[in-house]
Design a protein around this ligand. Structure first.
Ligand code: NAG
Ligand code: NAG
Length: 203
């Protein structure tokens, strides 16, 4: 009985350890948490990061550290699906060592990369489990996160940093894109963003 209790406690604490972020909304070390996934698409996306006369992407939009943000991160207006206020802004994502049970695995804690928001992960099918943060569910997705970032892996950049398929839990904070670009050229600079249709509109 005693041993069973010990195993039970170990098992339960093992389960809880999968997500390091706790609370409502989930936080870790005083920072806001987000869930992440990866995707590949060849479209210029909701910030217009491709030539105006078509739907292809700029090369950096395909191979750089860019992300589609959940609707509530993309813009405060829940129906804004083009040129959101987050377009061209950068977020530093730092792994917590956690992940959503059944949806990923740990990549270890403390790995940081800076991503420019270049797209929207819409609050609609088939994105509802990750990107459905709205007033009806207390601005949390199915896994309790206030924010979600879907990371573009068009040329294997997410695989190369070891995050692909792990869908790591991260903390996020807004940072300066140019400084981040100087440290790692895979993060687009503001100059690159100004090629985007939304960037040209000063948005
Ligand atoms: C856009 O990205 C695609 C895919 O990487 C590439 O084939 C194309 O040449 C790029 N276009 C521009 C204008 O960068
Ligand atoms: C959102 O839906 C698109 C298909 O429309 C899919 O490619 C992408 O992986 C989905 N992302 C998330 C985070 O649900």
């Amino acid at each position: 009985m005693f041993l069973l209790a010990i195993f039970g406690i170990l098992f339960l604490s093992g389960c809880k350890a999968e997500q390091k972020c706790t609370g409502n909304p989930r936080m870790y070390n005083g920072k806001m948490c987000a869930s992440t996934t990866w995707y590949i698409d060849g479209h210029k996306g909701a910030c217009g990061c491709g030539p105006a006369n078509g739907d292809s992407q700029f090369d950096w939009n395909h191979s750089g550290f860019v992300a589609a943000a959940s609707q509530n991160m993309f813009d405060g207006n829940p129906s804004k699906a083009w040129c959101g206020q987050m377009c061209g802004k950068c977020v530093k994502l730092t792994t917590t060592g956690g992940f959503v049970p059944g949806q990923g695995s740990s990549v270890g804690a403390g790995q940081s990369h800076v991503f420019m928001v270049s797209n929207l992960c819409p609050n609609e099918y088939p994105n509802l489990s990750w990107c459905s943060q709205d007033s009806r569910n207390g601005y949390l997705n199915n896994y309790g996160y206030h924010a979600h970032f879907d990371l573009e892996d068009g040329s294997g950049q997410i695989r190369s940093i070891g995050w692909r398929d792990h869908n790591p839990e991260v903390t996020y904070e807004e940072v300066n894109c140019d400084q981040a670009h100087q440290q790692d050229s895979r993060t687009p600079s503001y100059g690159m963003y100004h090629q985007c249709q939304c960037g040209q509109q000063g948005k």
